[in-house]
Design a protein around this ligand. Structure first.
Ligand SMILES: *Cc1c(COP(=O)(O)O)cnc(C)c1O
Length: 418
């Protein structure tokens, strides 16, 4: 049986959500904006989805904007807040370990004169609230921070950061929280977090792909980023994905109802995996040892390429990841590990197992049987290649230079395990 341990990339659609969606992919095809019976039934389903999502976040249904996913929710939050706040200032604070769905929209805003400050993190990937406070100026209009990191699982002290922003920041400075990775497993109550904007995605909590939500605190002004019809209270134009909304509504409601039990079970499985893996020579846990997502195991393995371990695990039916699914395939080491102070060769040994609600204890047993064997094999292959390279060093250097072949994994600690 193949084992899926990449829930931080995406999760399977849970059967209850699929079941609830089916009518809206079939007979109930109405447009929620239509005044006739088909439209009214679609509208009722959409309204119910808003209510379920709002209940999960502890807010009102009118504070929820449905989008196409986490990335769009974050684009709407960040660009919408920046443009709405432009008259008051141009300074935006974030951190170096954010998901690209936060960093790239902000880098885009820099082209229009906004100043983006990426705050440093410690060895565990944590921000110091003092750093946030010190970076606030009277021209700061937005602070954008992820609740939990999707690569290393570290949970940020969001409530404390928000308190500092309220106490020391200028009036009207908004706080946007990327809760896409945390919402499935941690409490994400908007009043506990204190945030003005909170982004979540359906497919990270066993809902469908292509749907997400942004919480916009009542009275908070952000500029819409997609223009057209009057949908989502003028904040996101376009005919709504009714089936997706219904599926996400059901998934998020169930995720919240089961969250405590799921988190407790995952924490036990995670800790078992962490203690066995870190018991291996040259393996280190990345991210915070305690304040971390319940189901997220992230490590660096010395003297191997995480990417080649992922390929070998896949051949044995185990789906894992080196880190963010969005950057897999790029030759660059993770910006998250780099920000945490890991040198490039160590960061290349990154490996992530993200457990989910449906992960069984037997899955962990299998991983614990397979991983040490694969790592030992990869290390032996790497050592053999390194020895061969040393023996052939002058000849190889010439041949490579002549052929002009790019060395994809340069550097002393790096290898392509064959
Ligand atoms: C997955 C993820 C996103 C992007 O969400 P999509 O729904 O894939 O667009 C953003 N931030 C974090 C922390 C994530 O884990």
């Amino acid at each position: 049986m193949p084992i899926y341990l990449d829930h931080a990339a995406t999760t399977p659609l849970r059967p209850e959500a699929l079941e609830a969606m089916l009518p809206y992919l079939g007979a109930e095809f109405g447009n929620p904006s239509s005044p006739h019976a088909w439209g009214r039934r679609a509208r009722a389903a959409l309204d119910e989805a808003h209510e379920r999502i709002a209940a999960a976040l502890g807010c009102g249904p009118r504070e929820i904007v449905l989008t196409s996913g986490g990335t769009e929710s974050l684009n709407l939050a960040l660009k919408g807040a920046a443009w709405a706040g432009k008259a008051r200032g141009h300074r935006i604070l974030t951190t170096r370990v954010e998901h690209h769905a936060v960093l790239h929209p902000l880098q885009h805003l820099e082209k229009f004169g906004f100043e983006v400050v990426e705050l440093p993190v410690d060895r565990y990937g944590r921000i110091d609230p003092d750093d946030v406070e010190a970076a606030l100026t009277d021209r700061t209009i937005l602070v954008a921070i992820g609740h939990a990191n999707n690569e290393v699982g570290t949970v940020q002290p969001i409530a404390e950061i928000v308190r500092r922003v309220r106490a020391s920041g200028p009036r009207g400075c908004l706080v946007a929280v990327d809760a896409v990775a945390s919402a499935p497993y941690l409490r994400v109550e908007v009043d506990e977090l204190g945030a003005d904007l909170v982004a979540i995605a359906g497919h990270k909590l066993e809902g469908p792909k292509g749907i997400g939500a942004l919480y916009v605190r009542a009275g908070t002004h952000i500029l819409g980023q997609q223009h057209g019809g009057t949908q989502e209270r003028h904040r996101r134009a376009g005919t709504e994905d009714v089936a997706g909304a219904v599926g996400m509504g059901v998934a998020v409601q169930l995720a919240v109802a089961e969250r405590e039990a799921t988190a407790r079970r995952l924490r036990r499985a995670r800790d078992r995996l962490v203690s066995a893996l870190t018991g291996m020579a040259g393996v280190e846990l990345t991210g915070h040892p305690r304040d971390r997502l319940p189901g997220l195991v992230s490590i660096v393995v010395r003297d191997v390429e995480g990417a080649s371990v992922v390929v070998k695990l896949d051949l044995e039916g185990v789906a894992a990841s080196v880190g963010s699914a969005c950057t897999t395939g790029s030759a660059e080491p993770s910006h998250v590990l780099t920000a945490m102070g890991y040198p490039e060769d160590e960061a290349r040994g990154a490996l992530r197992f993200s457990l989910g609600r449906t992960t069984a204890d037997a899955d962990i047993d299998t991983v614990l049987e397979v991983v040490p064997r694969i790592v030992a094999g990869a290390r032996a292959a790497a050592a053999a290649i390194a020895a061969e390279r040393r023996a052939l060093a002058p000849a190889t250097a010439t041949a490579t230079a002549t052929a002009g072949a790019p060395d994809r994994f340069p550097g002393p600690g790096s290898v392509v395990a064959g």
